[in-house]
Design a protein around this ligand. Sequence first.
Ligand SMILES: Nc1nc2c(ncn2[C@@H]2O[C@H](COP(=O)(O)OP(=O)(O)OP(=O)(O)O)[C@@H](O)[C@H]2O)c(=O)[nH]1
Ligand SMILES: [Mg+2]
Length: 159
Amino acid sequence: MSFVNYATREINCKVVYYGPGLSGKTTNLQYIYARTNPQTKGKMVTLATENERTLFFDFLPLAIGPIRGFNVRFHLYTVPGQSYYDVSRRLILKGVDGIIFVADSQLHRMDENLESLSNLKNNLSDQGYEFKNLPHILQYNKRDLANAVPFLDKENPFG
Ligand SMILES: Nc1nc2c(ncn2[C@@H]2O[C@H](COP(=O)(O)OP(=O)(O)OP(=O)(O)O)[C@@H](O)[C@H]2O)c(=O)[nH]1
Ligand SMILES: [Mg+2]
């Protein structure tokens, strides 16, 4: 549930980009940052290694304007996809309102996609959430690459 502050008339929604390493989570935030009106966005915070792998998280606050007198803010986060940063992923999931799972469409990345999805489901259930009850989007990224797998089952390819 998004956080509604009646005193300050604000609604805050936390959206987390999840997925395997190098699937394109940080690129999503960079793209949104580059395309949004300067008055809408706050400062983008990135904690990355020298070779641009996410070390802890990326964070981008967006203020999309008022809805029925409440100022609505989206807080976009990415997690580090590399498997050994699981403690960080669990911390970033706290208080999540929605997930965008960024899958890498390349055939040789399928095992990593499934492993990351299973890791997401486990980390959510450890915190009392259920993936199927949480608003989520499956983003099939890297469709431009020659080795992207064809789209087979539009309903639920990850099962
Ligand atoms: N061809 C292609 N490359 C992409 C696409 N999206 C992202 N990339 C590239 O994939 C690489 C990894 O992207 P990142 O956004 O850093 O990946 P990440 O998911 O944040 O990776 P971690 O921080 O390690 O979890 C970069 O070189 C991006 O430019 C895409 O749709 N197509
Ligand atoms: Mg990243």
